[in-house]
Design a protein around this ligand. Structure first.
Ligand code: NAP
Length: 221
């Protein structure tokens, strides 16, 4: 696939590395051209540094790997309001939460994915990759690492399939929770996980461990 990444920070680096390793062409665009070039050089292989506008043009999927309060600026800078992302799967991994506490910082009933859909008309927004620390995606899939479930929400079945493939490529198992009508719940879960983690608890131990149904753990995915 031809993947565009907006942002040059920790998550952009981790998923850029994972997707390049899986054989995809990755184009990185950030507000700092120097940081995009430095990251592309570090990742090597088929990773290019491009202008943000180019990172969203002619891509099979775009990852919006920017701080939640930079989303509006970034989408404006690529011309999202003009429909440049129309038809493109747009992955939203953002967490609009207070650092170390996990309380959501967006209005009651609102969601970042919903806000992004409004800022990028026609984009096929998929919430994904917001729950695990970025470093999870830098380790090659297999090699004894258990696969993790990547819960996603989205309205478009084709976009969910595309993002599901990108999840598998970095060692995850895609799980669609529902449409964007349910995405606020998925965003709240990140706050729950962050809140427990910063308080010193293992968030995984705070939910029941239920064995996956046949094939749902990725062993046959
Ligand atoms: N890191 C993780 O483990 C992780 C895991 C799950 C989800 N996430 C989410 O993924 C997103 C990126 O996280 P990260 O850890 O990669 O953050 P990061 O390392 O701090 O990088 C943030 C990126 O956002 C850009 N940015 C900030 N404000 C901007 C603005 N006004 N206009 C354009 N670009 C702007 C930064 O550009 P500059 O470098 O020029 O400032 C940088 O490229 C966040 O929403 C975060 O909640 C992160």
């Amino acid at each position: 696939m031809r993947i565009g990444i907006l942002g040059t920070g920790t998550l952009a680096a981790a998923l850029g590395e994972g997707w390049a390793r899986a054989g995809h062409e990755v184009a990185i665009g950030g507000r700092s051209r120097a940081k995009a070039e430095e990251l592309a050089e570090r990742l090597g292989r088929d990773v290019l540094a491009v202008a943000p506008r180019e990172a969203v043009t002619g891509r099979d999927a775009v990852l919006l790997a920017v701080a939640w309060d930079g989303v509006e600026d970034m989408l404006e800078s690529v011309g999202a309001s003009d429909g440049v992302l129309e038809g493109t799967p747009l992955i939203d991994p953002t967490n609009a939460v207070t650092h170390g506490v996990g309380a959501l910082l967006i209005g009651h009933g609102a969601s970042m994915a919903g806000r992004i859909s409004g800022l990028a008309p026609g984009a096929r927004v998929v919430k994904a990759f917001h729950l695990f620390p970025a470093e999870r995606w830098t380790r090659p899939p297999g090699g004894g690492l258990p696969r993790v479930t990547v819960a996603m929400c989205g309205d478009d079945a084709t976009a969910l399939d595309v993002v599901g493939e990108l999840v598998r490529d970095v060692g995850g198992v895609p799980a669609v929770l529902g449409t964007l009508g349910r995405v606020r719940q998925l965003e709240e879960v990140a706050g729950f996980v962050i809140g427990l983690a910063f308080a010193g608890f293992d968030p995984g131990s705070a939910v029941p461990h239920l064995p996956p149904r046949d094939g749902r753990d990725g062993s046959r995915a």
